[in-house]
Design a protein around this ligand. Structure first.
Ligand code: ADP
Length: 491
């Protein structure tokens, strides 16, 4: 097995900074690649929020300045070597850009920071200059989402004659087509690139007269991946799923593959999860009932073992299907169930959930925070997990739920469709409940089906156990990335 030097760049990575699945992936994939013998350096902006959990940071040389549109911005670096898992994270410092309360959004306005283009142009250039300064020449540069997507573009434009980068291959992984890095046309000059990359009909950055970072990245990278096989098809086949880039993606179809995300079972297993009070496994589920009691008690909801408890842990974004829940609420909360929701995001969903909580105080508890400890307790204590997403590139919580015996109820899209098998009453096979149409009726009918089966103890336990043995470990997915790197290097 060949060993490659792999540079990863992304805007979030556990345990340092995460807002969603991207952070989980970047917390696990470098470890899985390192286990296969690859040398991984992961670059990440050093946000105010970065937590390095006792991993020591050491300053790295050199520091320098990055020029954006005639202005100089200082870049300095700190390294953090994870000896146990054998890879290095390098944090890119710039107080002006990163010392802010949130990663992407101004909590004051609830909107994206107005200079997100500059914040990430800076990041991409700083990464490229730093690996040159360190004289660390990677075989593969693997970038994630638009925030790191400029590297493949710069490599073939500003740096095309730079011998340091000769022969380096690039992979872009798209974690969500809903976020493309789109900016007003006048911002194009910040990129420092030749005008014809934008001001022409075929300009790779041109997108309905705006500047689109992801579009250019898709066109310049050597290979594109996304995070499930189903999503790889979906994003090429409709305007809605491709979010306007479906035709651009089609032009790369021969270099576009879906590789499903894995689960970090060191962090997410009911047998050893450090964040839950009671451990349990397939042959002894007592701990799960005990976790449920702890969770309900914490939430101030009445303890009713015969009533199923549905968990939701989610970014509160249009993608996640909260409008369906709102539209079916009246009938949904008539059912014999309880629900705990943990999420943060768009203010309209904060309001909506608080309103529902007021209406159904003994059935629904809402937590509007980002709380990893609570997320683990919900996975361990709930009976079912609801993900009625409008679209879902991969989704991690349904996979965590399977392992925790928390039966997922999901919509048949993207990674949800690839990882949850709808329970079939005739064959008595299945790991969860799946519905197709994005309608309140379909959601309601499916939750009803699950709630009814919950009372049939034997069948229910069988469904739980069928989920608990599913294996979505990173090793398989990391092997697929490694194969892709190998193909690229050989080309
Ligand atoms: P997405 O990447 O679209 O946000 P995923 O299902 O892929 O969705 O990943 C979500 C990850 O973020 C999971 O690890 C989930 O537990 C975590 N998460 C999301 N919201 C919260 C929250 N409010 N508190 C704690 N963890 C959260």
């Amino acid at each position: 097995m060949a060993s490659y030097k792999i540079l990863m760049a992304a805007s979030e990575a556990a345990p340092f900074a995460r807002t969603g699945g991207l952070g989980d992936v970047l917390g696990a994939l470098p470890k899985a690649l390192a286990r296969r013998g690859h040398l991984v350096k992961l670059f990440l902006p050093h946000y105010a929020k970065v937590e390095h959990n006792n991993l020591p940071l050491r300053p790295l040389e050199p520091a320098f300045e990055i020029n954006i549109d005639g202005k100089q911005y200082p870049a300095s670096f700190e390294g953090c070597h994870d000896r146990r898992h054998n890879y290095e994270t390098i944090l890119v410092n710039n107080e002006y850009f990163y010392d802010r309360p949130e990663l992407y959004r101004d909590p004051g306005t609830g909107k994206d920071y107005t200079d997100n283009d500059e914040r990430f142009i800076f990041f991409n250039l700083a990464v490229m200059e730093m690996i040159k300064a360190m004289d660390w020449q990677p075989d593969i540069i693997h970038v994630h989402d638009w925030q790191a997507g400029l590297i493949p573009v710069y490599l073939k434009t500003l740096y095309k004659d730079d011998r340091f980068f000769a022969g380096v291959k690039t992979v872009l992984t798209i974690h969500n087509m809903g976020y493309q890095g789109v900016f007003e046309s006048k911002r194009f000059r910040k990129l420092g690139l030749s005008e014809d990359l934008f001001y022409s009909v075929t300009g790779p950055f041109e997108f309905y007269e705006k500047v689109n970072f992801l579009k250019a990245s898709i066109l310049y990278t050597d290979a594109v991946t996304t995070v499930s096989a189903r999503y790889a098809d979906e994003i090429q086949s409709s305007e809605e799923m491709g979010a306007g880039l479906q035709d651009v993606l089609k032009t790369r179809r021969n270099n576009l593959t879906g590789i499903v995300n894995g689960v970090d079972y060191h962090l997410w297993s009911p047998t050893k999860d450090k964040k839950i009070p009671f451990h349990y496994n397939r042959s002894n589920l007592t701990g799960k009932r005990e976790n449920k009691a702890v969770l309900l008690n914490k939430a101030g909801l009445p303890l009713r073992h015969k009533v199923p408890l549905i968990g939701i842990i989610s970014r509160l974004a249009d993608q996640k299907g909260f409008d369906l829940i709102a539209r079916s609420a009246e009938n949904l909360f008539e059912l014999n169930l309880q629900m705990i929701v943990l999420g943060t995001g768009e203010l309209k969903y904060h309001d909506l959930l608080l309103e529902l909580e007021k209406r159904y105080p003994d059935k629904l508890k809402v937590y509007l925070t980002f709380d990893d400890d609570l997320a683990h307790l919900i996975e361990a204590g709930a009976d079912m997990f609801l993900m009625p997403s409008r679209y879902e590139p991969c989704g991690l919580n349904q996979m965590y739920s399977l392992r925790y015996g928390t039966v997922p109820i999901v919509r048949e899209v993207g990674g949800l469709a690839d990882t949850v098998v709808n329970y079939n009453p005739e064959t008595r096979q299945g790991t969860g409940f799946v519905f197709k149409e994005y309608t309140p009726e379909a959601l309601l009918e499916t939750v009803k089906r699950a709630v009814e089966l919950y009372t049939r103890k034997k069948i229910w336990t069988k469904i739980m156990k069928a989920g608990m043995v599913q294996d979505f470990s990173w090793d398989k997915s990391a092997a697929r990335y490694a194969d892709l790197y190998e193909d690229l290097v050989r080309k």
